[in-house]
Design a protein around this ligand. Sequence first.
Ligand code: SF4
Length: 308
Amino acid sequence: MSTTEFRPAYAHLGAEELAKRASALRELMRSCRLCPRNCRADRLADEVGVCGVGAQPVVSSYGPHFGEETPLVGRSGSGTIFLTHCNLKCIFCQNYDISHLGHGRPVSRENVAEIMLTLQQRGCHNINWVTPTHQAPMLVDATHIALGRGLRLPIVYNCGGYESLEALRLLDGIVDIYMPDAKYGDDEAGRQLSGVQDYWTRCREALTEMHRQVGDLQVDADGIAQRGLLVRHLVLPEDMAGTGPIMEFLASLSRNTYINVMAQYRPQYRAHEVPAINRPITSTEFRRAVQAALDAGLSRLDQRRALL
Ligand code: SF4
């Protein structure tokens, strides 16, 4: 994708509106309701809620990433920025050093803007905010700064799927590509494994809103993602992730929903506390998950040749 041909959503929105959205998102941090936990911490005064981040962005690492989904990676990689901490507390987190242990360092919004521009200069196809939910206002602020300095890549909102509708609506017209997890197809698993009461209820609302904003995934002539919804689902042992209901819901949004059914689960962090997830998945469990997607009528599966 040539950066001269493509114009991202936030460029269409314009600098003035982007600044207004950043301001409105910042207001959500005053008594924090950036995610459905509704901690009500005054994060503008640097108080912290469950996610553990106050007023400043905290970044773990950044760089071109080649392990992401095929339409994001292309030839030059996805421009990932790994944000520190998370609003979910998954006991099996595959990146627990960043999400739970807080590896990273506080940076300024200017620094985040510079990082985005650096990733663009390095030829990345997109700016991929990894775990952005609890830091969205700072990221939009940084996008506002970077737009003025020539940022022209689509933003990928690569989140856990536990999102507030109020915050998502403020991102309408800023994010080009939503890439949420759909972790569990029932609320009980979210209670047991991620410490939230209503994961699947909130996730369905979020998926519906994301699809309303950006529609099905669109790619350019080179197969590079430009806009749309791309969903990730990590298969868990013993079908703890509730794959079937998730696939049916995604198909009800659109049979053209792009889905990455992921096989790479390994018991990490505190997964040993729940015997059912204290092992990798079997090939049979993975095949069943892929079949559930196909049975629901979904056909856009990432790296499908590798799956079947
Ligand atoms: S973003 Fe953090 S502080 Fe805000 S409601 Fe969610 S977990 Fe709580």
